[in-house]
Ligand binder design. Structure first.
Ligand code: TMP
Ligand code: ZN
Length: 409
């Protein structure tokens, strides 16, 4: 199901030191109905490369196992819609004559539907359930993995993209050198490549070790990207910070031959990212995660007799809930708007996922005879906390957020 990862995927270095260990965990998006067999468990630990500062998981789960039953769909939240507008405006500023936009990991076509207002769009999406959804919505999608051979096949038709977008997919890729070569094949000298990834310093700031799960093979620093690009057709062009997903950066790449000037902010990023400071940051994050799990467990056991639910069955919820070893005795259920997740269990647990409406009225194991309102709701999708709370103003109980520190609001 998985193999050990021993060599840095950015710089080929072998001095990889352990910096965070979350034990053995289920696959974070492996939502199954009660009684269905799960994909299995794998170690969840982070190693840091002492040469280029790239943090990466100690194992690589076989992608066929991880993505066979894949329930993640692009968020339809207002927060995400606004983010897409901001990103597309950024492209417009950079590339005013662009036509062809290619998205890698285009999911159910949500971003491309928006981008289609300004570009001719095409997506690569390996999950067949998601690419079928996108095609149904009228989004041109190739139901394949974006790798060298599929990129070469597309390039052979004469296709070159003016803008290539990879949102939250780059850190899911194991073989980066092949991915960069695939980008080279479908780009031209003036193509803009936009890679959006969670930023490691934001993870430190938010104490969000719950972003570490098996799909996220790497935790990006700009310095690691510099190492990866050495000897390729690409150079760093611009880094843009975003608040989406709890803190991300948009890394813009250009061909070395492209004549435009790179943005100076690129240098500032590499200055604050010494290997020593990132190693210290990871060790501090590990301690904070341990503290937050301890605090959440204490809080939950102090609330015996009350009903506690979760809000947002995100992958982050799976990590937190498993790190705390919660069962449905602790967290009665988790509300989530995603239809595919409802009726399933949070991976690795007996905790059910239910529609958001259950926040108002519920029956639980604890109180199965009467309809009640949960006393507390832990917002595991804390990156959407303000949207969730304002959507659910009528909630009579109290909200809890699990990080940067556990807080009852
Ligand atoms: P994500 O951070 O990985 O996108 O996951 C967020 C989860 O939270 C996703 O499963 C959808 C869920 N969610 C709701 O159920 N209601 C909401 O209002 C929002 C914003 C998210
Ligand atoms: Zn490295």
């Amino acid at each position: 199901m998985y193999h050990a990862h021993r060599k840095c995927r950015a710089c080929n270095g072998t001095d990889l030191v352990p910096v965070l260990d979350l034990g053995t965990q289920p696959l974070a998006n492996d939502f199954r109905r009660p009684g269905e067999e799960c994909a299995g468990m794998a170690p969840l630990a982070v190693l840091l490369c002492r040469r280029c500062s790239l943090a990466q998981l100690s194992v690589v789960v076989n992608p066929q196992v991880m993505y066979a039953n894949y329930s993640y769909v692009t968020s339809k939240s207002e927060t995400m819609k606004e983010h897409f507008e901001v990103v597309l405006d950024e492209f417009a500023q950079e590339t005013w004559r662009s036509k062809e936009l290619l998205e890698i990991g285009s999911n159910d076509g949500t971003f491309l539907l928006k981008a289609a207002e300004r570009f001719k769009v095409l997506g690569f999406e390996p999950a067949s359930n998601l690419s079928a959804l996108a095609i149904e919505r009228g989004v041109r999608t190739i139901n394949r993995l974006f790798d060298e051979s599929n990129a070469a096949e597309l390039a052979a038709t004469g296709y070159k993209a003016d803008v290539i977008v990879a949102r939250h997919v780059f850190c899911h890729v194991d073989y980066w050198q092949g991915f960069i070569r695939a980008l080279e094949l479908v780009s031209h000298k003036d193509t803009l490549v936009f890679i959006e990834v969670p930023y490691v310093k934001d993870m430190f700031k938010n104490a969000s070790a719950d972003q570490c799960y098996h799909e996220h093979l790497s935790y990006m620093s700009v310095l690691a990207m510099v190492h990866l690009l050495a000897g390729t057709k690409f150079k760093l062009h611009k880094i843009i910070p975003y608040e989406i997903h709890g803190g991300a950066i948009g890394i813009m790449l250009r061909h070395v031959e492209h004549e435009g000037m790179a943005d100076v902010s690129v240098d500032q990023y590499t200055v604050v990212e010494s290997v020593e400071s990132l190693e210290a940051g990871w060790r501090c994050l590990a301690q904070k995660m341990q503290r937050n799990c301890g605090d959440l467990m204490k809080l939950v056991s102090a609330c015996r007799g009350k009903v506690i639910c979760g809000f947002g069955a995100s992958a982050k919820a799976t990590v937190f809930i498993n790190a705390c070893r919660f069962t449905k005795q602790d967290i009665a259920f988790v509300c989530d708007s995603t239809r595919q997740k409802q009726g399933c269990l949070v991976p690795g647990t007996d905790i059910g996922v239910v529609p958001e409406t259950r926040l108002a009225w519920c029956k639980t194991e604890i109180s199965e005879k009467e309809w009640i309102t949960p006393d507390y709701a832990i917002i595991f999708a804390w990156n959407f906390a303000s949207e969730i709370m304002s959507k659910n103003k009528d909630f009579k109980g109290r909200w809890i957020i699990p990080c940067p520190e556990v807080k009852i609001l």
